[in-house]
Design a binder for this molecule. Structure first.
Ligand SMILES: NC(=O)C1=CN([C@@H]2O[C@H](COP(=O)(O)OP(=O)(O)OC[C@H]3O[C@@H](n4cnc5c(N)ncnc54)[C@H](OP(=O)(O)O)[C@@H]3O)[C@@H](O)[C@H]2O)C=CC1
Ligand SMILES: Nc1nc(=O)c2c([nH]1)NC[C@@H]1CN(c3ccc(C(=O)N[C@@H](CCC(=O)O)C(=O)O)cc3)C=[N+]21
Ligand SMILES: [Mg+2]
Length: 285
């Protein structure tokens, strides 16, 4: 029996609807949430994501600025732009699209973004608060993963969640947010020896490894929820997740597709963070 599909597109549209209503409310108080996105270089995938972010801003009534800088931009020039945006009252959120060209130190750039405008949730203070369990701007993809699981009607408390991948922008924060929901979390990575055996114990399996169609049905307990964070561009230009969707959907429980799963949620959580930052910056929360 084929699994039910968790539509990130549908969930994302629902959440964007309520964000749009909230923005109308703010605009009536002369508060227009503003997002600045900075793109350095010509990376094709980054151009797509930045365009998606810009479109989402326009659809929801946000003020948006997109700064497209040439690949040879120096670290100092980028830091100067970030500083300008930190001071700009019309900007509530700042996102510097990753990856950056290798001559620029990503950490220095992320640390330079004002904590209150760090709508990626990558700044060490926001990450620290996430680890401690204090209020913070949450990283967008991890927050989107949790939202999808909840909207699929899955009760996480007491469940065994297995996360494959431990990166700072996906795997690690996802594991922390799953713990916040009282799941029991197992973290797998490239040094894990018995990964398929561990993955098959999962009630909820989250995959973020960056390897197209890597996870097949041998990693999945029948009926387990599968969240595929993977975003891999194949030679034929098609997008593939980290999960072999065709084989896994025959054994899994609710499963997210790629595209149309976690991707749209990442953008939607970015909009939600920008709205939160705007309300805070204007003393409305
Ligand atoms: N939809 C969205 O909004 C987003 C999607 N993505 C996608 O998610 C995926 C992961 O991205 P990101 O977290 O940045 O990736 P990274 O490359 O930063 O990290 C990959 C992680 O997967 C682990 N890993 C790699 N190969 C294996 C393997 N064979 N078995 C077990 N673990 C493995 C690595 O282990 P180790 O730590 O040992 O190296 C590492 O922890 C990519 O496809 C990316 O495109 C990323 C961001 C947002
Ligand atoms: N500072 C920073 N913040 C990020 O959040 C960030 C980043 N850098 N660098 C790259 C990753 C990747 N990422 C995606 C966002 C949306 C889709 C998305 O909209 N995906 C659509 C498909 C889009 C397409 O057609 O390619 C979908 O899955 O349905 C995908 C990937 C955010 N990232
Ligand atoms: Mg404002």
């Amino acid at each position: 029996m084929t699994a039910s599909i968790i539509s990130g597109k549908k969930v994302s549209d629902e959440i964007r609807g309520s964000i749009s209503d909230e923005v109308k409310e703010l605009v009536s108080k002369n508060v227009v949430p503003g997002l600045a996105v900075v793109l350095v270089g010509e990376d094709a995938a980054s151009q797509v994501y930045v365009r998606n972010k810009e479109k989402a801003c326009h659809d929801l009534g946000f003020y948006s600025e997109v700064h497209r800088l040439p690949a040879e931009t120096s670290e100092q020039q980028l830091l100067a732009l970030v500083d300008t945006l930190n001071q700009q009252d019309t900007i509530d959120g700042i996102l510097v699209q990753l990856p950056l060209p290798s001559h620029i130190n990503e950490k220095s750039v992320i640390n330079a973004i004002s904590v209150h405008k760090d709508v990626d949730g990558f700044h060490p203070v926001n990450v620290g608060n996430l680890v401690i369990g204090d209020d913070s701007l949450l990283p967008c993809t991890p927050a989107g993963v949790i939202e999808l699981i909840k909207r699929a009607g899955v009760e996480l408390s007491g469940k065994h969640a297995v996360v494959i991948g431990r990166s700072n922008i996906v795997g690690k924060p996802v594991s922390l947010l799953l713990q916040r929901e009282n799941a029991t979390v197992t973290m797998c990575h490239s040094r894990t020896s018995n990964m398929a055996e561990l993955a098959r114990q999962a009630d909820v399996l989250v995959v973020a490894i960056g390897r197209a169609n890597f996870i097949d049905s041998s990693y999945v307990k029948p009926g387990a929820v599968v969240i595929d964070v993977g975003m891999n561009r194949l030679e034929n230009g098609k997008l593939a997740g980290d999960v072999d969707f065709e084989s896994v959907k025959e054994v899994s429980g609710p499963i997210t597709p790629v595209p149309g799963g976690v991707g749209p949620m990442t953008i939607t959580m970015l909009m939600k963070n920008t709205l939160t930052a705007a309300k805070r910056n204007h003393g409305l929360v």
